[in-house]
Structures are given as structure tokens and as C-alpha cells.
Design a binder for this molecule. Structure first.
Ligand code: ADP
Length: 208
């Protein structure tokens, strides 16, 4: 009985599927995790937690901690875009100069990249979005898929401008990130204030 068959049989309340699933769990079979996540999803638990905040506020660090604590898929649009730049993909070629200058990558491209990522199996049990949504159109794109992936919570991390700049410059020395420069930081902070901060109201109005 493979994973698909087990799920089909579970739907028909076939008790043998439960026995098979328990065996897979006992054997720590990877398939068990996928099946459990599918069940989790079917019960409406495939939710999203968003993390936002200005650059250097510690989004990435906290997102990783929360992801590991609650067994969520950690999705960092910044990391994904940097990977595209490294791999010289079409998206990477468009994104490179924008990332370096601290500007946002166009919404349609980031939204497409994120939606594709959410369709992967590890997102079935819930995901933490690190750095998405960053604009109103991005937040609206999540509304469109809210039947499948409701946004449960949005966490906002904040710190004052001077502290953020200090932290990022320090991080740049270790990370080697080409956008951790003073010029780019100034632009990123401006972009955050203009495009991302309004999302706090957007979610507050929804009671999230
Ligand atoms: P930081 O919060 O320090 O700016 P990120 O890794 O989240 O770091 O983002 C780095 C860069 O990647 C951004 O400046 C932007 O160019 C791009 N980026 C990341 N997420 C998005 C997004 N959701 N929409 C548009 N551009 C993004």
C-alpha cells in the first residue's frame, strides 16, 4: 500500500490503512510524514505565518527558530532570490541589480515564485513566510489562496534605524551579502516604510 492508496483507504474509513500508517510511523518512514501532513491539510491546518519588519530586524533568525519549533516550512523569499542570482536563472538575472540596490523585485515575479514554492509537499503542514508579503499586491495574492493557505498570524519585528544600519553593516562583514552596504540599506529602509509598513494596518484591520 503506497501513500496515495493509504489516503484513499483512509477516506473510505478502511481500518487497514490506519494499521499501515502506524507501521510507517513506527518505522520512521518519510512517507508517514507526507501522509500526516496531507491529513493535517485536509483538516484545514495548512496555514501561513508571515514575518515582516525592516532589514536587520532579525526576521530570518526568528523565522528559523519558529519553523523548527513548530515544524513549519521556512520560506525566505530573499534566500530564494539570492539562490536564483547565484544559479543565473532568468529570474536571477532580473533580480540581481534590484537586490544589490535594495529595491524590490517586481510583484508578479515574486508572487509566482512563492506560489510555486507553496505547492511543494513540505508546505502542507504550514509555512512561515520570511519577507513575504512586502507589498499590498503581494498580500492580496495571499488572499486569493486563503482557502488553501490562510494567513494565521503576521509577526512584525522592529528596531530603530540606527540600530538596524549598525546590525546590517556588521552582518555584511560576515555574510558577504552584496546588498549589506550603506547605500542599499538606506533604500531598503525607505522601501520598507513606503511599501511594507502599510501592511501592518492591512492585517490589523483583518484582526490578524
Ligand atoms: P532584508 O530584510 O535584509 O532586506 P531579505 O533577504 O528579506 O533581506 O531581502 C533581500 C532582498 O530580496 C530585498 O531587498 C529585495 O530586493 C528582495 N526581496 C525579498 N523578498 C521580496 C519580496 N517579497 N518582494 C520583492 N522583493 C523581495
Amino acid at each position: 500500500m503506497n501513500g496515495k492508496e493509504i489516503i484513499e483507504k483512509l477516506k473510505k474509513k478502511d481500518i487497514r490503512a490506519v494499521a499501515r500508517l502506524l507501521t510507517l510511523i513506527e518505522n520512521e518512514d518519510k512517507e508517514a510524514e507526507i501522509i500526516l501532513k496531507k491529513i493535517w491539510k485536509a483538516t484545514g491546518n495548512s496555514y501561513i505565518i508571515g514575518i515582516t519588519g525592516p532589514p536587520g530586524a532579525g526576521k530570518g533568525t526568528q523565522a528559523l527558530r519558529i519553523a523548527s519549533e513548530f515544524n513549519l516550512a521556512h520560506i525566505s523569499t530573499g534566500d530564494m532570490l539570492r539562490e536564483h542570482v547565484k544559479e543565473l536563472t532568468d529570474l536571477g538575472k532580473v533580480a540581481k541589480s534590484l537586490l544589490d540596490e535594495g529595491k524590490l523585485v517586481p510583484d508578479d515575479l515574486v508572487i509566482k515564485m512563492l506560489i510555486e514554492r507553496l505547492s511543494q509537499e513540505d508546505c502542507l503542514g504550514g509555512s512561515i513566510l520570511d519577507g513575504f508579503p512586502r507589498t499590498l499586491p503581494q498580500a492580496e495574492s495571499l488572499e486569493k489562496i486563503s482557502n488553501k493557505f490562510p494567513v494565521r498570524k503576521v509577526l512584525v519585528f522592529e528596531a530603530d534605524k540606527e540600530e538596524l544600519t549598525k546590525r546590517i553593516l556588521l552582518r555584511g562583514e560576515v555574510s558577504g551579502r552584496s546588498d549589506d552596504t550603506e547605500d542599499s540599506i538606506r533604500v531598503r529602509l525607505e522601501v520598507y516604510q513606503k511599501d511594507t509598513e502599510p501592511l501592518i494596518n492591512f492585517y490589523e484591520n483583518k484582526g490578524i
